[in-house]
Design a protein around this ligand. Structure first.
Ligand code: ZN
Ligand code: ZN
Length: 473
């Protein structure tokens, strides 16, 4: 089975290893698809071997072969429970409204496969409601699917890429009606319109990063930049990611290790509107084990095109978090809940709808959760590489640099300290080369942020500034 994303061994990399050890008393993974036709021999709790919810059907697995939801619920109840978590996240955070055009980022892994499936089900139900309603006033939101082809950075043979994309095309076309558009974007297109030049530039840029984790993270940032680019260019106003509890728990720990504590609360909320196209995480409350199990149960096809490199902080942390989860099934949720207590940023909410085509009820409901009209979306400034909000000290150090310096030097000081340490080369000549190779959207973002930073700083010290007239007297 596929790894959930290209960035970490989240869930199933160690599956085979563990399957070999089933005789040992260690808990077996939930992905174990052994389905027991027999009632549970040892009554689990007080439900006498029946599903805890409907108390009529047998659970998916028996107590001896599973642990968790597969022992508690039958297939139907498990499925509706998981979909319920997704739906609750969508509605209570006003993630999708009827006039939206939603782009689902699909990597081929189990998490994004389930995200795609659930968004499709939501859209399908909206379509049925639309057809059943007399006045047909409530439009049905649009859905598209984006696949970022990173094979050039991971040297995957081209025939595998072609097969993989064909499989994705089939998955997307099977999710109709309503029909969904598939956008395939080779990551090298960020750099140049000609494929060979783009590939060359991307690989030279990645080669310039000596640290394994830095290289992996840079690729993650380029992936997000690609998703934003195609979403904006194709008229989408929401980007759905399949990030689940397990993925977010790993991110909490790895971001802490990388010294990104200040910006961490920005990354782990249901909504992240610091981007042009706001990003939403409707699977934030679902565990990767649950998503794997749903794919097993329903035969949802996944594709592993990009094999994750198993070196560096990200994958180390992922396997550590997976071990924690095996010891105690609630560990990942505890990590995310604990980090969730950090104060989110202003941009961790969907900007309010002003569109009058949207029914008043939707707008009203959204108002409860979101920005008031007089609040601006954000007064933060951001790292041009990873788009993390910068702490005050980082902003100060970037604005204290004189404009007479080279662009590459100015760029360096605008980056967050973590990117400076892990991604940017150390010596000035290599920074020059690195800067020259960056894709245009990233460089232009950096140029804007410089002037933004100055105006934010000015706002902060406004009371202490002399006005022109005061100056003269
Ligand atoms: Zn049931
Ligand atoms: Zn950064």
């Amino acid at each position: 089975m596929a790894c959930t994303t290209a960035t970490g061994c989240q869930s199933t990399c160690y599956k085979n290893e563990e399957d070999d050890h089933q005789a040992t008393p260690t808990p077996t993974p939930l992905t174990n698809s052994t389905k027991s036709p027999q009632p549970n021999p040892i009554p689990n709790g007080n439900h006498h071997g029946l599903c805890l919810k409907c108390k009529a059907n047998h659970p998916i697995s028996s107590a001896s072969s599973g642990s968790g939801d597969d022992v508690r619920f039958c297939g139907d109840c498990f499925r509706s429970n998981l979909y319920g978590k997704f739906r609750l996240a969508v509605t209570s955070n006003a993630m999708i409204s009827p006039t939206d055009k939603v782009l689902v980022a699909f990597s081929g892994g189990t998490s994004s496969r389930v995200a795609l499936q659930f968004v499709h089900e939501l859209q399908y139900k909206a379509q049925l409601n639309f057809e059943a309603s007399r006045d047909r006033s409530l439009p049905v939101f649009g859905v598209g699917v984006a696949f970022i082809d990173e094979s050039v950075a991971c040297s995957v043979p081209s025939y595998e890429v072609i097969e993989g994309i064909e499989d994705i095309r089939q998955i997307v076309s099977s999710l109709a009606p309503p029909t969904k558009e598939l956008l395939v974007f080779p990551i090298e297109s960020l750099f140049s319109s000609t494929s060979t030049d783009g590939k060359d530039q991307l690989n030279r840029l990645l080669d310039g990063v000596t640290d394994a984790t830095g290289k992996e993270d840079l690729l993650i940032h380029l992936r997000m930049l690609s998703l934003q680019k195609i979403a904006a260019e194709n008229g989408y106003n929401r980007l759905v990611l399949g990030s689940c509890t397990s993925r977010i728990a790993s991110h909490v720990l790895s971001a802490t290790v990388k010294g990104k504590g200040y910006s961490l609360p920005a990354d782990i909320q249901y909504v992240d509107a610091r981007w042009n196209v706001p990003v939403v995480l409707p699977l934030r409350d679902c565990l990767s084990e649950e998503l794997n199990m749903l794919c097993d149960l329903d035969g949802l096809k996944t594709i592993e095109l990009i094999k994750s490199p198993c070196a560096g902080i990200n994958s180390l942390v992922s396997s550590f978090v997976k071990l924690l989860q095996e010891e105690n099934p609630s560990r990942q949720s505890t990590i995310v809940r604990t980090a969730g207590k950090l104060t989110p940023f202003d941009f961790n909410r969907i900007p309010e709808i002003i569109d009058t085509n949207v029914p008043l009820a939707t707008r009203r409901r959204q108002k409860r959760y979101n920005l008031k009209p007089n609040e601006s979306i954000s007064t933060e400034s951001f790292c041009p590489i990873c788009n993390s909000p910068l702490s005050k000290s980082e902003v100060l150090s970037s604005t204290s640099v004189e404009d007479s310096h080279k662009d590459s030097h100015l760029f360096r000081v605008e980056c967050c300290s973590s990117c400076q340490f892990q991604i940017l080369p150390k010596d000035p000549i290599s920074v020059d080369n690195f800067y020259m190779l960056l894709p245009q959207p990233l460089v232009s973002k950096a140029k804007h942020s410089k002037s933004d930073n100055l105006s934010i700083l000015r706002e902060q010290i406004e009371d202490c500034l002399l006005s022109d007239s005061e100056d003269e007297t």
